[in-house]
Design a protein around this ligand. Structure first.
Ligand code: BT5
Length: 323
């Protein structure tokens, strides 16, 4: 779908929202500067997206139902900030991170976002699966941070904090499990963040920040929590998507301007691991540190007090140790 078609469909939706009794095809055609046939085609395309639109002779088009989906036409009007420059997708895809990567490679600007209501090949870190059934929101954002590679090491934490603020806006207060899990109090996971990117030496070409949120779904109830359950209400998927994008966009912009320092205190306050006994393993499963978590340092590394002294951990899988 072209940007222009998107804009026209958004305009048709807005007109129908403003005049609930019905808007004539002729009026829509004149307003948009297109033919009535073109209007009819746009209305058909909106129906295919899940909108219910009645068309009656003499009364025109009437919007009678809106899909509960993270569609650009529903997410865009709910965005609070101008961070998002382009919104794509909203239905089914393999992985929004792959789609956003392809757009980034083709030169898409910062703030380009791909959304999905379901993924068939959603992934987490280290090749793990991200269960992506309907009822979740899956989003990936193209970032082009103006910093050198080492400075971007903290970015996953910044994006995690932004996602946590997005959840705040939905009435869910989440804890952060270093490096990238968003958990509720009892340790079940409500959202996850995955950053992938390309750099040329110290120069970052692009980063794709992907976030998956269980809004109405909890694919494995023993392990996962949902926004609906935690917020105690049914949160529209488009509202969830917009809140996450605003939260992440705000945090990212602040980090670009001021670095990580303004986030350190909030990260500590939201830390699920602070004060806990943990075991950290590398990708191959080797234990790299074992002990009590004392916090993170200015570079975003996890500080683990081991018998041999404090170890700053750059990457790894953290599990809680039975106390
Ligand atoms: C993550 O990885 O938590 C990052 C997840 C990022 C998903 C987004 S969705 C949009 C974008 N497109 C993608 O393809 N991915 C991104 P990690 O820390 O490796 O956690 C993965 C682990 O979380 C799995 O091994 C499961 O144990 C668990 N898990 C899988 N699906 C889950 C879900 N829906 N809710 C909670 N936990 C889940």
């Amino acid at each position: 779908m072209t940007r222009r078609s998107d804009d026209r469909r958004a305009a048709i939706l807005q007109a129908m929202r403003e005049v609930p009794v019905g808007v004539s095809g002729e009026l829509l055609a004149t307003g948009l500067g297109v033919s009535r046939v073109a209007v009819r085609k746009h209305v058909e395309a909106l129906r295919e997206l899940g909108y219910s639109i009645e068309a009656r002779a003499g009364e025109g088009y009437r919007l009678t139902g809106v899909p509960d989906a993270p569609l650009p036409t529903e997410v865009r009007p709910r965005l609070r900030t101008d961070f998002v420059t382009r919104l794509e997708g909203g239905r089914v895809t393999g992985s929004t991170n792959d789609d956003a990567r392809a757009l980034a490679l083709a030169g898409a600007p910062e703030g380009t976002v791909v959304l999905a209501a379901r993924q068939t090949a959603g992934r987490g870190r280290l090749g793990r699966e991200w269960a992506s059934p309907p009822g979740g929101v899956y989003a990936s954002i193209v970032l082009r941070p103006a910093v050198e590679t080492p400075e971007a090491i903290v970015l996953p934490l910044v994006i995690g904090l932004g996602a946590a603020r997005g959840l705040d806006a939905l009435g869910v207060s989440a804890l952060l499990k270093w490096p990238n899990d968003l958990l509720c109090e009892d340790g079940r996971k409500v959202a996850g963040v995955l950053l992938e990117g390309l750099s040329e030496g110290w120069l970052i070409e692009w980063i794709v920040a992907g976030v998956g949120v269980n809004v109405r779904c909890a694919p494995d109830p023993a392990r996962d929590a949902s926004v609906d359950e935690l917020a105690g209400r049914t949160v529209p998927l488009a509202e969830a998507a917009a809140a996450m994008l605003d939260g992440i966009g705000d945090a990212y912009r602040r980090w670009q301007e001021e670095g990580f320092a303004p986030f350190a205190k909030e990260y500590a306050a939201r830390s699920y691991l602070a004060g806990r006994q943990v075991r950290v393993s590398d990708a191959a499963g080797r234990v790299v540190a074992e002990g009590g978590v004392t916090g993170i340092d200015a570079l975003g590394r996890l500080l683990v007090a081991t018998v041999a002294g404090t170890v700053p951990v750059v990457a790894g899988e953290v599990t809680l140790r039975e106390e």
